[in-house]
Design a protein around this ligand. Structure first.
Ligand SMILES: [Zn+2]
Length: 437
């Protein structure tokens, strides 16, 4: 078995890994690198594959271009896992496999991009098994993350399982969906795992990732205090964070009219509604300029009647929150209004600067700010230790992180009896690890 570490081995983002067994190759994830897309000030939709490769927006897939690729397997729908599909999938004459919510996002990406890839998108429910070839069988196992339908990809091969999952945690008090399917993971561990490819995004954080339910409790408290104090209340989280959106609807409990504002909110929520993951009966979703303008005029006139959920929590210029704070709409923030940020600031210089500017604008108008009502979707160190124990893999290839994060994972693996270069590896983008050497 060979593991091609194509993207996400020198950064957080742009994930892509391939596993080769007896000449058959399965690709896991085709993400893009948000930072490089933003820095190039381009619209990735309008770029050719070569242009995207040149600016480092998508992984360099040259090492697997001439291989017999039999399937592209997508673990969940975040853009650092699916964003490269429209650029890269078309080079391979094989289907894309994913769970239903992920499939909605993958198909939207393919439709939006002018250079459509012709690959068939095959929906596979968690727990079902599908033969990709006579030798390779795929199953998705349910895990908790920060988007619905997240999975670990379990590829059964004649040499044992290859387990790919590079965004996951164990949430024992989730808001929607169940806790990570620990029983199934342990069974697979007993059947024999040749290699596990885990993400390392938060392995350097001690303890365990907080539960989504604990955030819901905090959110209820904050919202209650805002309603008691009066004024307009604004809320923002990542648009794919469907659990959190459910929590804010529940916490509101019918007291104020809820408006969702922004295109990405509209898209993710529509997909979630199709799969019964959110109930939009109580909310109105607007995204076109005229619709938003009209709604914000109404909010301005009756500010205590509304809870506004808007995109743009990173302070991205041109996103809805930035527009609202900049006077684009017939609405003005007033002293005593409230802004709840149910997100973290993704720690890059661009994001930090944008968010600082947004907060400054709000503060100048006397808005009260509640940052960090949030938990991560990524396993902390002790969650990772559990995953190692569930699977008891022969080899581990840490992924989705900078060399520092890959190194932190190796430290943990050493505590569990692994040894660098023997059965746990630090790789780089574009390299290949032969596990049988
Ligand atoms: Zn993710």
């Amino acid at each position: 078995m060979k593991v091609y570490t194509l993207g996400g081995y020198e950064e957080v983002g742009m994930n892509m890994t391939a596993v080769e067994v007896d000449g058959e190759v399965v690709i896991f994830d085709m993400g893009y690198n948000m930072e490089n897309v933003i820095s190039a000030e381009g619209h990735v939709d309008e770029m050719t594959t070569n242009q995207s490769l040149e600016i480092g927006a998508v992984p360099e897939d040259e090492p697997v271009l001439d291989k017999n690729v039999v399937g592209i397997v997508i673990g969940h729908g975040h853009l650092d896992h699916v964003g490269g599909i429209p650029k890269l999938a078309g080079s391979h004459d094989c289907p894309i496999y994913c769970t239903p919510y992920t499939a909605e996002i993958v198909e939207r990406g393919l439709d939006d991009d002018r250079k459509n890839a012709g690959n068939q998108v095959i929906r596979l429910e968690k727990g079902e098994r599908m033969d990709l070839t006579g030798n390779l069988t795929l199953e998705f196992a349910h895990v908790n993350h920060s988007i619905p339908d997240a999975t670990l990809s379990l590829l059964e091969t004649p040499e044992g399982y290859a387990v790919y999952g590079n965004d996951m945690k164990i949430d024992r008090s989730p808001v929607i969906e169940d806790t990570t399917d620990i029983d199934r993971l342990k069974e697979v561990g007993e059947e024999g795992v040749k290699v596990m490819i885990p993400g390392t995004t938060r392995v350097d954080s001690p303890g365990r990732a907080r539960s989504e339910k604990s955030v819901e409790v905090e959110l209820r408290d904050v919202l209650e205090s805002c309603y008691d104090a009066g004024g307009a209340v604004f809320f923002s989280t990542f648009s794919s964070q469907i659990s959190r959106l459910n929590s804010v609807i529940d916490a509101n409990d019918g007291r104020r009219k809820i408006i969702f504002v922004g295109r990405s909110l509209k898209e993710y929520v529509e997909s979630a509604e199709k799969l019964d993951l959110i109930d939009t009966d109580q909310i109105e979703v607007v995204s076109y300029f005229d619709e938003v303008e009209e709604k914000m005029d109404e909010v301005d006139a009756a500010r205590e009647d509304y809870l506004v959920v808007a995109t743009g929590n990173q302070g991205e210029p041109g996103a809805q929150l930035d527009k609202m704070a900049s006077g684009t709409y017939p609405f003005d923030f007033e002293e005593g209004d409230h802004m709840i940020f149910s997100s973290n600031v993704i720690p890059t210089p661009v994001n930090e600067a944008n968010r600082h500017k947004l907060e400054k604008k709000l503060e100048e108008k006397g808005v009260r700010i509640y940052p960090g009502i949030h938990t991560t979707g990524h396993a902390h160190k002790e969650d990772h230790r559990d995953f190692i124990n569930f699977f008891d893999p022969e080899h581990i290839v840490p992924s989705h992180g900078t060399i520092q994060k890959l190194g932190s994972y190796v430290e943990l693996a050493r505590e569990e009896g692994y040894s660098l270069g023997d059965n746990v590896y630090i790789s780089e983008n574009g390299k290949c690890i032969d596990l049988d050497e």
